[in-house]
Design a protein around this ligand. Structure first.
Ligand SMILES: CCCCC/C=C\C/C=C\C/C=C\C/C=C\CCCC(=O)SCCNC(=O)CCNC(=O)[C@H](O)C(C)(C)COP(=O)(O)OP(=O)(O)OC[C@H]1O[C@@H](n2cnc3c(N)ncnc32)[C@H](O)[C@@H]1OP(=O)(O)O
Length: 235
């Protein structure tokens, strides 16, 4: 995607070499993929209690292998390109997140396009996407559209309209477009459509207001961002 020009791209500075970072990203992506398959299998299975107990024991053992240093709250992973680029553990787009569909994000003429297909993990009404998950997809893409337009912001208001249920196991297109700004406020529209059935009919639409925090708030809210910028400047 094309990102706004005013943010550092992390993962290219000092610390870990580029090749090592690429290996790290590939491994994170692979584990994310396997975990998403595990989560989907978990919510779809009708295995016996015995099997479920054995799997739970196995998962507990595997979890125990992910020891060592844990990132502190707010610490931005070196593989990330915060705030405008990919975040590996985003619950929406993160290749490493077992919660993320993950949604792929591309630049469009006047905003961003996201694509994903959801399944049992994100079910709300039987056979359909959970409404909160639709809001999550739109919130993320609309927030990224702000950053891509060079005006990053946090959501202060997100008004959702659910026109038709969103089918599971159907390729979806999510669109986000900045429609205007007023001081630190950024106005954004978004929609979800099916890429196959009636692609012109919006299933969900959203109107959002995002606000760019002032510099003092930004420093207070995101101390990790200062470290990323310092890391980048050293590099
Ligand atoms: C180098 C700079 C980097 C800056 C980084 C900033 C953001 C970057 C973050 C991520 C970007 C990257 C990717 C994004 C992808 C995914 C994220 C998805 C989105 C989210 O997951 S994000 C989490 C949920 N989100 C929050 O956690 C916000 C909680 N919130 C606050 O932390 C404060 O709210 C804050 C600091 C944002 C503003 O606080 P504040 O004190 O500076 O601003 P204030 O209240 O003065 O409002 C200013 C003007 O907005 C108007 N206004 C306020 N509320 C309104 C509303 N509801 N409707 C309509 N207008 C509203 C006022 O009326 C006034 O308008 P006016 O100036 O015309 O009077």
């Amino acid at each position: 995607m094309s990102d706004g020009p005013r943010f550092p791209r992390t993962g290219t500075g000092t610390g870990t070499g580029t090749e090592e970072l690429e290996h790290q990203k590939a491994a994170i992506t692979r584990l994310g993929h396997e975990l998403r398959a595990l989560v989907e299998a978990t919510v779809r299975t009708d295995a016996s209690p015995d099997t479920l107990h054995r799997v739970a024991d196995g998962v507990r053992t595997v979890t125990g292998r992910l020891t060592g240093r844990r990132r502190a709250r707010g610490e931005i992973p070196e593989v990330d390109e915060f705030p405008a680029g990919p975040r590996f553990y985003s619950p929406v787009t993160g290749a490493g997140s077992p919660l993320a569909p993950p949604m792929r994000v591309m630049a469009a003429d006047d905003g961003l396009i996201g694509e994903c297909t959801l399944a049992g993990t994100h079910e709300g009404p039987p056979g359909y996407v959970h409404g909160g998950v639709s809001a999550m997809l739109l919130d993320e893409l609309m927030g990224r559209a702000c950053a891509a337009a060079g005006t990053p912001g946090l959501t202060v208001s997100l008004q959702m309209r659910y026109h038709r249920p969103v089918l599971l196991e159907t390729p979806l297109r999510i669109i986000a477009r900045v429609t205007g700004t007023d001081g630190r406020k950024i106005f954004v529209n978004g929609s979800i459509t099916s890429r196959t059935a009636a692609p012109d009919a919006s299933l969900v639409t959203a109107e959002g207001v995002f606000v760019t925090p002032d510099p003092d708030s930004t420093r207070a809210l995101f101390p990790g961002l200062q470290r990323v910028m310092a890391r980048e400047l050293r590099g």
